[in-house]
Design a protein around this ligand. Structure first.
Ligand SMILES: NC(=O)c1ccc[n+]([C@@H]2O[C@H](COP(=O)([O-])OP(=O)(O)OC[C@H]3O[C@@H](n4cnc5c(N)ncnc54)[C@H](OP(=O)(O)O)[C@@H]3O)[C@@H](O)[C@H]2O)c1
Length: 299
């Protein structure tokens, strides 16, 4: 992204879905978009927690429209329901921001046997994206932005074991694997969209490292350390929201771009190279097939 200045699109009236808007980066992204008049669907697991934010945004930014949709990414039936509600409410979708996430949680599995971090961060978002693809195609300059993390660089992922519990659960490895899945999914989605001649593009973004509630749910010693240290040493979520907003709004960015801070953790947003694992041409199709088997097999 060096060279000419970016050409961010005016978000006024753009129909934008943000998952996980109750906290941290999702809240910052939604607030920045509401300030600029976007038409938002806040897709959240707790509508009660989202209600004060939605009221606040409507009160302070009368140009914006804000809807709240209930979505539990760990439960694919609610994902399908949420997608229908989004389509009923917005008609078409211009931007889907796959942002919600869990990190370093205590060991848990869904009814399908998928580790919960992978289920929420990757599987739920893959299902939501699939459900919204036709609505995106009806949108204007439509795009999907999937939020990954720098830790995708240390993630390892075997799609064949997506629904097989590991012998030894490691909370940080589970997170890194889910963030590698997010990025590999975003890149594979882009390849498939191009092959099918669709207009939607798929990008990825990572925020660097910022202090949010991420990791607060876990009860390990590393969670406790992070809860204490992060707010002292890291910038806040508005800072980390910038690469996500850039990926969502800069129409000069091509599909397949990963946007992150120039200095890895902090700095202005710029395009960066995904890890070798994320670019592995064998990973994307295998992950796509395993993911869709699980989505289609879900009750
Ligand atoms: N913070 C960082 O430094 C950092 C770095 C790299 C990547 N990221 C990524 O940024 C994204 C946002 O994280 P954050 O830092 O803003 O964390 P956060 O403050 O903990 O926010 C996470 C959001 O995800 C929602 N969520 C969790 N489980 C859900 C589920 N089952 N269904 C629907 N929504 C669910 C949470 O809802 P509740 O309010 O109901 O809990 C919350 O709104 C994540 O994808 C994370 O991996 C963050």
């Amino acid at each position: 992204m060096s060279g000419p200045r970016p050409r961010p699109v005016d978000p006024r009236g753009r129909r934008i879905v943000v998952t996980g808007a109750t906290s941290g980066l999702g809240r910052s992204v939604a607030t920045a978009l509401a300030e600029r008049g976007a038409h938002l669907a806040l897709a959240v697991r707790s509508p009660e927690r989202a209600a004060p934010l939605a009221d606040d945004l409507r009160r302070h930014h009368p140009e914006t429209r804000v809807e709240v949709v209930t979505l539990d990414l760990a439960d694919l039936a609610t994902v399908r329901r949420a997608a229908r509600e989004i389509v009923d409410g917005l008609g078409a979708v211009d931007v889907l921001v796959n942002n919600a996430g869990l990190m370093a949680i205590d060991e848990q599995y869904t009814a399908q046997g998928v580790e919960l971090t992978m289920a929420v961060n990757h599987l739920g978002h893959a299902a939501l994206t699939t459900e919204l693809l036709d609505a995106l195609e009806r949108g204007v300059a439509p795009r999907v932005v999937t939020v990954t993390s720098l830790v995708h660089h240390v993630g390892s992922l075997d799609p064949a074991t997506l629904a097989i519990p590991p012998r030894h659960y490691r909370r940080w490895s589970a997170y890194a694997a889910s963030k590698l899945a997010n990025l590999a999914f975003a890149l594979e989605l882009e390849r498939r969209l191009r092959a099918e001649g669709r207009t939607t593009v798929s990008l990825a973004a990572h925020p660097g490292a910022v202090a949010t509630h991420l990791g607060h749910e876990g009860t390990g010693w590393s969670n406790a350390m992070m809860r204490r240290a992060a707010p002292r040493v890291l910038p806040g979520p508005d800072y980390g929201a910038r690469p996500i907003l850039r990926a969502a709004l800069d129409l000069d960015l091509a599909g397949g771009t990963l946007v992150g801070p120039a200095g890895l953790v902090v700095g202005p947003p710029r395009a960066e190279r995904p890890s070798r694992a994320a670019r592995d041409p064998r990973l994307g199709p295998l992950l796509w097939a395993a993911t869709h088997d699980l989505i289609e097999g879900a009750p």
